[in-house]
Design a protein around this ligand. Structure first.
Ligand code: SAM
Length: 291
């Protein structure tokens, strides 16, 4: 039984991982309310924050802190309650726990002890942004927060420069402009991107533009540098024409063309350089015709 705490009478309790709103309180699900109102204890990232949420919904379940600094040490305390048969809910300040939020160590510990962990799904900023972005959503990667300092941030961006799946990042408002500047420098001015700000809140803004234009839009309006934000960037797509084949790949192709038939040279050059075979094949044809 996963719906109502206490309904399954095994001897141990259940840990419910409960998503809460990322702005608009109407996004609180009926099931989340039911679970938070029935468990013995709520493990919260910030009890002062969660108490306000609970008060809004008239829930008076006891709270205990479960944040980055105590999660490893205090996990035993929650585990003991679960082992004693109490149901516990885990919440973070906003959205889905564990997603750039505390909870990972606790969930691991509880699962390792053989105790049931049940998700109560709901708001999550990255999924909300992706669902409305109009960027490919069949495959994506979530990179969480980039390093705060420019050197680390650029290094991380370099690592995913040729990632073909849609890229999703969380960013702090005071770093959004420098983050977009670095993305433009690494991914290129024309790469499609989208900034999703203040999702579900009064000043919600979803702006989709090529990176250079998005950077200029944010630079030109201080309001765009406020509030919570998610940045989505289209994945890398392979160059469509032979203009984009590097000089080094063409040098390899020419060497091979001098030694073997065109088709074989293109195939081997593709293996050596990583450039797509049909692009090299086209380039080889053009080079032969030019001679
Ligand atoms: N657990 C949360 C979730 O499920 O999305 C994320 C928590 S993380 C500490 C906070 C970051 O999530 C913010 O800095 C921002 O990047 C993103 N975020 C949270 N709420 C948002 C909102 N309403 N609009 C845009 N981004 C949001």
């Amino acid at each position: 039984m996963t719906d109502v705490p206490g309904a399954s009478k095994s001897t141990t309790g259940t840990l419910y991982v409960v998503a809460t709103p990322i702005g608009n309180l109407d996004d609180m699900s009926a099931r989340a309310l039911k679970v938070l109102g029935s468990v013995a204890l709520i493990a919260a990232e910030d009890t002062r924050h969660t108490v306000r949420l609970l008060q809004h919904f008239g829930i008076d379940t006891p709270l205990a802190a479960c944040h980055d600094h105590n999660e490893r040490d205090e996990g035993g305390r929650f585990l003991a309650r679960l082992q004693a048969g109490d149901d516990v809910a885990l919440v973070s300040d906003a959205g889905t726990p564990l997603i750039s939020d505390p909870g990972y160590h606790l969930v691991r510990q509880v699962r390792a002890a053989g105790i049931a962990v049940v998700p109560v799904p709901g708001p999550c900023a990255l999924i909300a942004a992706l669902s409305a972005a109009g960027l490919p959503s069949d495959r994506f990667i979530f990179e969480g927060f980039l390093p705060a300092k420019a050197v680390g941030r650029r290094a991380r961006l370099e690592q995913v420069k040729e990632e073909p799946r849609t890229l999703i990042f969380y960013e702090a408002p005071h770093r959004i402009l420098e983050c977009l500047e670095d993305m433009e420098a690494v991914f290129g001015a024309q790469r499609p991107a989208l900034l999703a700000r203040e999702i579900t809140k009064t000043f919600e803004t979803l702006k989709g533009l090529p990176l250079a234009e998005l950077r200029a839009f944010v630079a030109g309006d201080g309001n765009q540098q406020r509030g919570e934000c998610v940045v989505l960037v289209a994945g890398w797509s392979a160059p469509e024409d032979d203009q984009a084949i590097s000089d080094e790949a063409l040098r390899v192709l020419d060497l091979l063309l001098a030694e073997m038939p065109l088709k074989r040279a293109a195939a081997l050059a593709a293996q050596i350089t990583g450039v797509r075979k049909n692009l090299l094949y086209q380039a080889a044809l053009e080079r032969q015709q030019a001679h």
